[in-house]
Design a protein around this ligand. Structure first.
Ligand code: BTN
Length: 320
């Protein structure tokens, strides 16, 4: 309802009366007033005049549900949005919610993470201005298919970044690079039994409206931000909604027809296949040439001795 009240204010050229909003939404004027007060608490600048009603003067530049919902065109993703300005990690919150039975599609968003989690136990720097989100999904698939959802996420993000004018390259399995530097990281966490996947938490970190100087010094060599590449900030709520829409499209396609098309999109956007690389896994380092990904999303490497080996996990370093 709060989003609907905000919708009236956003569509109005100037003032809109409390009476009109209450009539059109079928709620009391007191209810309208309470939503206006709550919007003001969220940071919306709303002027009230006794005989004219309410006028929206400024919206906060935040990832509030009320900013994202107007753009949302999904069938289930983002129907429930949990927003907190500062969190430890959106993945941790999403996991806690999933354990308590939160529904598939629940989305967790934050402005800033104090303990952002990266892959392989690393820390993920998450200052304000970025897009830090996690969502819960509960596909009826085997746990062995979990890695495919990470590739699906990278494929969806690659497409949306391209739609926004960025030249992207996916480094297997899930780093997205622009101009040779990492701008997006994906952390998929799984809760499963041997035969059944209970839920996935897909965590996405995008260095969006951050200046590179706000990233830790040691990351500036390898990481970039969308704002620095574009020269202007992106519309974060619109970007998130576009990503969720693309993600959902590939999700239903993959569940209904298999992952072949999703993997083709991943292949089209990747910068790994055809390259010489080193993959580190379990204390071992293997060198070779990446030749393809298989139907499970595993990376197939042609080694110097002419044999092939496939990897479902590992840390890839591309040779120059
Ligand atoms: C990587 O190491 O490349 C993965 C980084 C994933 C970071 C995102 S930010 C939102 C979500 N919450 C977390 O704590 N991590 C993921």
């Amino acid at each position: 309802m709060k989003s609907k009240v905000l919708g009236f204010l956003k569509r109005a050229d100037n003032y809109v009366s409390g009476e009109e909003i209450s009539k059109r939404l079928g709620v009391s004027r007191t209810a309208v007033w309470k939503h206006i007060r709550s919007l003001k608490e969220d940071g919306y600048k709303i002027e009230s005049q006794p005989n004219r009603g309410y006028s929206l003067k400024q919206s906060p530049n935040l990832m509030l549900p009320t900013e994202i919902k107007p753009y949302l065109e999904t069938r289930f993703l983002g129907f429930d949005i949990i927003y907190q300005a500062r969190v430890t990690s959106t993945n941790i919150i999403a996991r806690e919610l999933a354990e308590k039975g939160a529904s598939s599609g629940t989305l967790v968003l934050a402005e800033e993470q104090a303990g952002g989690k990266g892959r392989l136990g690393r820390v993920w720097a998450s200052p304000p201005g970025g897009i830090w989100l996690s969502f819960i999904v509960k596909p009826e698939v085997s746990p062995f298919q979990a890695p495919l959802f990470t590739l699906l996420t990278a494929a969806a993000l690659g497409e949306v970044l391209k739609d926004n004018g960025f030249k992207v390259g996916i480094k297997w399995p899930n780093d997205i690079l622009c101009e040779g530097k990492k701008v997006v990281g994906i952390l998929t966490e799984v809760r499963a039994e041997i035969e059944r996947l209970n839920y996935l938490v897909i965590g996405v970190g995008i260095n969006a409206n951050i200046s590179s100087i706000d990233l830790p010094q040691e990351l500036r060599e390898q990481a970039a931000t969308l704002q620095d590449i574009l020269g202007i900030p992106i519309n974060r709520p619109a970007f998130v909604a576009a990503f969720l829409k693309k993600w959902e499209e590939l999700y239903f396609l993959s569940l209904e027809e298999g992952f072949a098309e999703t993997l083709n999109i991943w292949r089209r956007n990747n910068i790994t296949l055809g390259r010489e690389l080193t993959i580190k896994i379990g204390g071992k380092e293997i060198r070779g040439k990446a030749i393809d990904i298989d139907e499970k999303g595993a990376l197939i490497i042609l080694k110097k001795d002419g044999t092939k080996e496939s990897f479902l996990a590992g840390e890839v370093t591309l040779s120059k």
